[in-house]
Structures are given as C-alpha cells and as structure tokens.
Design a protein. Structure first.
Length: 401
C-alpha cells in the first residue's frame, strides 16, 4: 500500500476538518496508507481520526523563540523523523511553498531520492506578484534593506523547492491561470500544477445521516461562522450592515470564538441598538461538526465581510447547504459565487451596496429561492472526493514514471 504523509508542524483539532486533515482522510478513502505528522503543541489530538494515523513529535527545546537558527534547532526532531522514515513515504504533503517546506523537503529527499512531494499552495496569485515586485525595488531605509535581505533568502529557498516538488496545487481559477501563464516568479511549473479547490466533506454527512433541508424547510436566518472580532474578519462591518437592515422576521446567527476586545464592542453595539439583542445570536465556537452543520442547514443566507480570505471552508459548507453567499471581495469569491451570478460579491467597504443587496434578498423570496437552487448545483463542483481523485491520478502518474 502506498503511503501518504502530511507534515504540518502545529496541527490542532480544529484543522482536522480543513485541508490539513481532509487530504489525508480522502486519500485514505482512495486506498492510501495515510498519516499526519505534527508537534501538537496543544495536546488536543487523538492518535487516529477516520483511519488516518496521527504521529506526534516533541519539539527540541520548545521554549526557544521562533527565530532564525533557533527555529531550525527546534525542528531537529521533525527533520530526523522525516529523514529516518523517508524511504517508507511515497508522497509527502506540505502546506505552503515556503522556506520551512524547503527544509522538510530537503531531509525527505536526503532519505528518499525517488519520493514525491505535494505542495498544497493556499495561494493568492496577485499577492504573490506583489511580493515578487517588492523584491525588485531598491530599499530606501535600513529597515527595508534588512527586510529585503530576509525575503531574498526566503525566496531563494522557495525557488529551490519549486524544482524539487512534483505537484503544486492552487485553489482558485484566477491563481491557476496566473501561475500557468507567468510561472512561479519566472519558473515554469505547468507540468506540476493542479487546480485543486478545497472541498466539502460529503462522507461525513453521509456517515452521520444528515439530510439537507429544502428551501421551504429552512428558516429566515442569516448565518456566519468565523473568528469573530479579528482584523481579517472585519466583524465590525458585519454588525454595521445588520444595524442598517430592516430584519423584519429574520434572525442572525454568528458562530465562532469571540476575541476578548470584541466582546466589549458587542456590548456597546447592543447599547446603541437594543432592538437587535433578540435578533442576533452568538452560539460561540461550535466544536461539534453536526451541530455546526445544523446552523448552515437552517439558514438561507451566508454572510462574510472579511478583508481577506484564502479558499475558506465556510464558503464550501455554505454552498452545500444551499446558503446564498454574500461576501466582500476576497480570494475565491468569484469561484464560490460563479462570478457573482449565483452569490453576491460586494466591494470592500461598500456599506450602502451591502445593505441594499441584503434587504433585496430578505424581501424577495423568489429571487432567494432561485439562487438557492443554483447554489446547490454549484456545490457539486466542490467536494473533497473530487480534488482527492484528481490528486491521486496526478500522483499515480508521477509514481509510475
């Protein structure tokens, strides 16, 4: 049996339902011997999940700061594990194309020259292009000089890794086309490139007998799930939109851990808008996946106001349960809304535009139902089994070479 090992340094339980856990899980379903290797600093992981073994490594001198050579020293046990077990690993999966991934690959190849490396990109092409352009600029200050020197070292290792890797996946069509046409900083990676969007965990739904509700069975709920109150999620803007919408017989459910400072903000918000206290529900961080999916299943609309996102899992969960997606313009928004034809994309900071579309959907049940039905259909394109099969085929071609 071929062995698929994902090296992810600081895995937590919450990541098991994300790509970090889903690729090993679905490769296991396809017949691979799957394993995840991690430090598990929070000691919250089991030894096995859905047939995927989890190997926990202890850091060397974990109290050392994560800086330069000290960071390298802390990883020595991981490097040793990779080197020692390399010959038994057919494919090593790594998250992000970085200097850290380079060193993991270096020790893997040292122990297994014929081993295959799969890099899961989590990649935004415009952001990458901006980084490359920054490297070309002359530093104007001493701070910029040292920052540029650091980034040059980083990219030197990245370019070496590009040559070592066998498969490089990106999530969005825009990033796929960008890399295909322009390469990775000028390096041609077409033969290694795959468009692998993140997916929805359909097997979990099937194994737990979760039935997807029809539009008529759903409730008038706007739902969101995120780390509430962080800068990236821009939850203040979310609440500002809601404060200007006439909710009528609709409610809002905002699931996820709440930042301490944001709890104060929520208190002030309800003082200003006391009529919304019974309309907005904060269930907190929902660890139980079945319970989380019940919120999606009951809701008709999924709202996101983030300043930036990768290929967010919440979008795919919303798609599967037929939630019409309203989102600010972030990476992957074009993919999960069919370029705004099914869901709705709002420019960053466009409060009036956001309020207008929310009110339109809340008052136009026929439009909302039409978008719901199209959303369900689009969800079929975003299943983990689809991406896993595509990866399996590519890796099979490489292994058979």
């Amino acid at each position: 049996m071929k062995k698929f090992v994902h090296i992810y340094e600081e895995l937590e339980t919450m990541y098991l339902g994300k790509p970090q856990g889903m690729y090993p899980t679905y490769m296991k379903y396809l017949g691979w011997d799957s394993e995840i290797v991690t430090y598990n600093l929070k000691n919250d992981l089991p030894n096995e999940v859905r047939g995927v073994k989890i190997k926990k490594i202890k850091q060397f001198l974990p109290f050392l700061p994560n800086e330069n050579a000290l960071k390298f020293m802390k990883r020595i046990p991981l490097y040793w594990y990779i080197y020692k077990n390399a010959k038994n690993i057919d494919v090593m999966m790594l998250y992000h194309l970085t200097k850290c991934s380079y060193w993991n690959s270096f020790f893997y190849k040292l122990g297994n020259k014929n081993g295959k490396i799969f890099i899961k990109g989590d990649f935004d092409f415009p952001e990458f292009q901006e980084e490359v352009e920054q490297l070309k600029k002359k530093p104007k200050t001493l701070k910029e000089f040292f920052r540029k020197r650091k980034w040059k070292k980083e990219f030197k290792k990245r370019f070496k890794l590009v040559k070592m890797m066998n498969v490089f996946s990106v999530e969005t069509l825009a990033s796929y086309e960008g890399i295909k046409n322009y390469g990775y900083g000028g390096v041609n990676v077409r033969d290694k490139l795959l468009h692998l969007p993140n997916g929805f965990d359909l097997k979990f739904v099937q194994e737990n007998n979760i039935e997807r509700k029809t539009f008529e069975e759903k409730e008038n709920i706007i739902f969101t799930a995120s780390r509430l109150g962080t800068k990236e999620k821009n939850t203040e803007f979310f609440l500002e939109v809601i404060s200007k919408v006439n909710l009528k017989n609709w409610k809002v459910v905002m699931a996820g851990p709440i930042e301490e400072n944001f709890k104060i903000y929520i208190g002030e918000f309800f003082k200003k808008y006391p009529h919304l206290k019974e309309k907005i529900i904060f269930p907190g961080f929902v660890r139980d996946k079945k319970k989380l999916y019940s919120y999606y299943n009951e809701a008709k609309i999924f709202m996101m106001t983030s300043r930036g996102e990768g290929f967010a899992n919440v979008f795919l969960e919303a798609l599967y349960f037929g939630n019409v997606i309203i989102t600010t313009k972030v990476s992957s928004c074009e993919d999960v809304t069919d370029n705004g034809n099914i869901g709705v994309i709002i420019e960053q900071g466009d409060l009036k535009g956001y309020v207008k579309i929310v009110e339109e959907l809340l008052t136009n049940s026929n439009l909302l139902k039409e978008k719901h039905e199209k959303t369900i259909k689009l969800a079929e394109d975003y299943l983990w089994e689809n991406s896993a099969k595509k990866l399996d085929k590519k890796l099979g071609e490489n292994i058979d070479e």
